[in-house]
Design a protein around this ligand. Structure first.
Ligand SMILES: Cc1ncc(COP(=O)(O)O)c(C=O)c1O
Length: 385
């Protein structure tokens, strides 16, 4: 099936890549044509640069956000029979990563304001089996992880933050991830910092978590000081082979210095949407004063979601319904189509309401003022104003 060409797409990253063509090609040159070891080295360089940007001492570049969440949970000690508190308005990767560890996702409702986990409701989800909390920075809106930290410390729980959509965002004047035991940033193509394939970074300030991440990423292969004799192999655990591909790492290394400028641009686009839609009848997200989001998309709420979505798509605007329905409706968690088997699933009134109303508008740094105005005008018409 031919892919539709949108007048206002979710991503025009190729335009940015064209603008950076010389830098990208120059950076790829040694990876492709020099020593084999350059691949690992460029990954390390990206890790160092990303560490500095998010102000975390350790960064581990891995194959994808999905894998990053799984490794982060494992590195934080989550295993079979444990419970992990999370949300139902996320990508399947979030709950999937928990289940891959043999743990059980326990679902907590979210806030109507910025769509992130409702911290007030988390304590009621804690049981003797709870091992960790996995908040999601949905659409790039920081969850209140500083407040979660207090709760987690009181109950001796770990926090793995799903910052897949939030690269560039900050909270309480710290880059997102600062209050978590580990945070995961996705580099999938339509993300605030996108590669052209898969990729992610897991960050932490805990050296033990960092060491376990490194092992899990690379087969569990022991460093040279932990082998019986020179040239021998040793494995400290059964790990995986899931490092970030060096070609993606190279592209990301060229793009990373622009992250701050692009985050500002994303915020400016979000402000223009907010201004344009102020009297439209759409309900706009609102944020805690400390929260400084980035915007993977600008997600509003509308009464007739399906009609607005259709009207925008017909007009060539790549609006999406992320994430609808809540994961509790997916066949994998709800074989009967009536009742989801995950704990907490029956008590998510805000999640359910948001999923029926949300509408995500395109945010990509290449959008012009004219593009944004076109989206605003089209949505206003669909809303009858
Ligand atoms: C909230 C959230 N978490 C995790 C992921 C998984 O990231 P990846 O696609 O890099 O595996 C996604 C991907 O869209 C996401 O939106």
């Amino acid at each position: 099936m031919e892919r539709p060409v949108f007048r206002v797409p979710r991503s025009r990253a190729h335009e940015t890549h064209r603008a950076l063509r010389d830098e990208i090609l120059a950076a790829l040159e040694p990876i492709l044509f020099d020593r084999v070891s350059e691949g690992a080295e460029v990954r390390r360089e990206l890790e160092r640069a990303f560490s500095a940007v998010v102000k975390q001492p350790f960064a581990c570049a891995v194959h994808s956000g999905t894998v990053g969440l799984f490794l982060a949970l494992r590195a934080c000690g989550v295993g079979r029979g444990d419970e992990v508190i999370t949300v139902a308005n996320s990508d399947i990767s979030t709950t999937g990563a928990i289940s891959m560890c043999g743990a059980v996702p326990v679902l907590c409702d979210v806030l109507e304001s910025d769509y992130t986990i409702d911290v007030e409701r988390v304590e009621a989800c804690i049981t003797p089996r709870t091992r960790a909390i996995l908040p999601v920075d949905l659409h790039g809106h920081p969850a209140d992880v500083k407040r979660l930290r207090e709760l987690a410390d009181r109950f001796e729980l770990k926090i793995v933050q799903d910052a897949a959509l939030a690269t560039g965002a900050s909270d309480y004047q710290q880059p997102v991830g600062a209050f978590a035991d580990a945070a995961v940033f996705s580099f999938a193509p339509i993300k605030p910092l996108g590669s052209v394939g898969s990729g992610a970074m897991v960050t932490t300030s805990d050296p033990e978590v960092a060491e376990r991440l490194e092992l899990l990423r690379g087969y569990g292969h022991a460093p040279v000081d932990k082998v019986e004799a020179p040239g021998y192999q040793n494995y400290l655990l059964e790990g995986y082979n899931v490092p970030l591909d060096p070609l993606q790492a190279t592209l990301l290394k060229v793009k990373l210095p622009f992250l701050d400028t692009w985050t500002q641009k994303r915020r400016a686009i979000a402000s223009a949407y907010a201004e344009g839609l102020r009297d439209s009848g759409a309900i706009l997200p609102t944020f805690r004063p400390e929260s400084n989001p980035t915007f993977r998309s600008y997600t509003v709420r509308v009464a007739d979601q399906q009609a607005c979505h259709e009207a925008l798509r017909r007009a060539g605007i790549e609006a999406v319904l992320h994430y609808a329905p809540p994961i509790t409706h997916y066949s994998v968690y709800n074989a009967s189509g009536k009742e989801c088997s995950l704990p907490g699933a029956s008590d998510l009134p805000v999640t359910e309401m948001l999923a029926a109303e949300l509408l995500s508008l395109p945010v990509t740094v290449e959008l012009t003022d004219g593009d944004v105005q076109y989206v605003v005008d089209t949505l206003c018409t669909a809303l009858g104003v």
